[in-house]
Design a binder for this molecule. Structure first.
Ligand code: FE2
Length: 265
């Protein structure tokens, strides 16, 4: 796809300063079709055993929405048929873009890490989502209108590629320093944001088909969050998300993920 060179310094300035950056039309129709067919192939590999091993997330099936997520990596071959993306070149390129971006943003090599790849399909009907940070909940629940969030790991950088949006580009609201604005996103657009500084949500009235592919790393300087104060914590407030956090090193993050049953070879 040869698009990595288009990730310019401008993006990094924007993500670090403004919290978010959009690259419009990064992917063309052929790229998107390749990505979708590779995702369909991975979806067909879904088993309960992979869910038990925390390689696949439990499939989300709600009215009007379907979501899948699995762990992926660019590193050595593994016994899993999808964990290493060697056989999925379009997705491999997406993961490379994510890893290069995060490495550059953190000024730290994130090679060999595992990344959560998630893909969501929203069909006709109400697709709204409250303003939130992306989080791996350890204690809490995702509701339709509210997220009860007691404990979790907040990934720092999140990348999302829009693979379809039949809502005239509508569907993403962002909140930075209390200011809410709307970001227009069409098929082929890529968004990179600092999830620890920014909230995002989907406004009411977003009701036609929308699909997207996301990448998030829980190993690269994530925040460990708890509603209650804990040892070594500092207060944290990001919009309606309020509690206490500790910034985790990669080692501590992996330790925490393993403690919570994540698969690590
Ligand atoms: Fe989200």
């Amino acid at each position: 796809m040869g698009i990595i060179e288009e990730i310019s310094d401008e993006i990094f300035k924007n993500v670090n300063k403004e919290g978010v950056h959009v690259i419009h039309d990064l992917f063309g129709e052929i790229d998107i079709q390749l990505i979708l067919s590779e995702l369909a192939e991975i979806e067909s590999l879904y088993t309960e055993k992979f869910v038990e091993d925390k390689l696949f997330r439990k499939r989300e099936l709600h009215e009007g929405r379907k979501g899948d997520a699995c762990m992926v990596t660019l590193s050595k071959p593994t016994t899993s048929p999808f964990l290493n993306l060697d056989n999925f070149p379009a997705l491999e390129t997406c993961l490379e873009i994510y890893e290069q971006s995060v490495s550059k943003l953190l000024n730290e090599d994130m090679k060999d890490s595992k990344v959560l790849m998630n893909w969501q399909q929203y069909f006709d009907g109400d697709n709204s989502l409250p303003m939130h940070v992306d989080v791996e909940l350890i204690d809490g629940e995702w509701g339709k209108y509210e997220i009860s969030f007691e404990e979790g790991i907040i990934p720092r950088y999140v990348m999302v590629l829009v693979t379809e949006n039949l809502n005239d580009g509508n569907g993403l609201m962002v909140e930075i320093d209390g200011e809410i604005s709307e970001v227009k996103l069409h098929k082929g657009d890529l968004v990179l944001f600092d999830n620890t500084k920014m909230l995002h949500g989907v406004p009411e009235g977003t009701k036609f088909k929308r699909t997207m592919l996301g990448f998030r790393s829980f190993e690269t300087k994530p925040l460990y969050f708890k509603k209650e104060r804990f040892e070594n914590s500092v207060p944290y407030k990001n919009g309606n998300v309020e509690g206490f956090i500790e910034e985790l090193s990669t080692e501590k993050a992996i330790e925490k993920l393993k403690e919570n049953g994540w698969y690590y070879e």
